[in-house]
Write a protein that binds this ligand. Structure first.
Ligand SMILES: Nc1ncnc2c1ncn2[C@@H]1O[C@H](COP(=O)(O)OP(=O)(O)O)[C@@H](O)[C@H]1O
Ligand SMILES: [Mg+2]
Length: 258
């Protein structure tokens, strides 16, 4: 399997330094994620979750600190080079997919990008593979491969986006509240598929969520951010023993203190 450990070392990022709007978004944050681990990420608005993801994706560069993906120091690597190794999904299911292209074309694009093969070299065997993959979603999409992405429901789009983000077997998967904009039924389904794909492919994964139940039911570890730092890091028996109620209490006590 291609997944690798992620090492975030003493990451600091200050926005609008030297102005009245100066904001310390990441405050010497360190995080070690072993290969294949699934970590859920909690934190109130403005705690630095997206900034952490953006730094890992290379959309912003930190002021100091290091990010290692496997053995490779990617701290200053260009975002488009990193994109080949990192799959990501956001709230809006259309971000990252082409709405006017069919499901099949979107999958083919994601699939060939990494292998640096030609999009036009996608053959019947690949298409059969896509059909099988879509069938695993259990959303009836395998019969709609010629349907334009933009015509699917949000839940279906997000499920298909998840396949697109993982079909090239990324080293790391980043999910930024990828079910938050879906209705409860679709969110449940996409979450279930997320668990299946991540476990099947053993992808190292970070998933931001506001849902305490999902935080404790997905993966095997939960971290909480506050003011750009990790203030809670639960795994093993502590993670298993934690309840959504107790976790919510920790969360709101933190928010109130601030
Ligand atoms: N591009 C930016 N310019 C200025 N400030 C930013 C920028 N991005 C984030 N921030 C600030 O950094 C802090 C952390 O933001 P963010 O990482 O988006 O938090 P979260 O995703 O946890 O809600 C916030 O105070 C936010 O206002
Ligand atoms: Mg955010």
């Amino acid at each position: 399997m291609s997944s690798v450990p992620l090492s975030v070392q003493q990451l600091t990022k200050r926005f609008e330094a030297g102005t009245v709007n100066e904001k310390l978004a990441l405050d010497g944050l360190s995080l070690e994620v072993p290969a294949g681990q699934f970590v859920t990420v909690l934190g109130s608005n403005g705690s630095g979750k997206s900034t952490l993801f953006n730094a890992i994706l290379g959309k912003i560069f930190p002021d100091s600190g290091k990010i290692l993906l496997g053995e490779e120091d990617v701290t200053r690597q260009k975002d488009y080079r990193r994109a080949l190794n990192i799959g990501c999904l956001y709230q809006n299911p259309l971000r990252g997919t082409a709405p006017s292209m069919t499901i099949e074309e979107n999958l083919a694009l994601a699939y060939t990008r990494k292998a640096s093969r030609s999009f036009f070299a996608v053959n019947r065997r690949d298409n059969a593979y896509f059909r099988d993959l879509l069938a695993t979603l259990d959303m009836g999409l395998e019969d709609r491969m010629k349907t334009k992405m933009g015509l699917l429901s949000w839940g279906q789009r997000q499920a298909a986006s998840l396949l697109m983000a993982t079909v090239a077997q990324p080293k790391l998967l980043l999910l930024d509240e990828h079910t938050a904009a879906l209705d409860p039924g679709a969110a449940e389904k996409v979450m279930e598929i997320t668990g299946e794909i991540v476990v099947r492919d053993k992808i190292t994964t970070l998933m931001i969520t506001h849902d305490m139940d999902y935080a404790l039911s997905m993966g095997s570890r939960t971290i909480m951010l506050d003011s750009g730092k990790i203030v809670l890091d639960l795994s093993g028996t502590d993670w298993q023993a934690m309840t959504a109620g107790a976790l919510a209490e920790r969360f709101y006590t933190r928010s109130k203190k601030r």
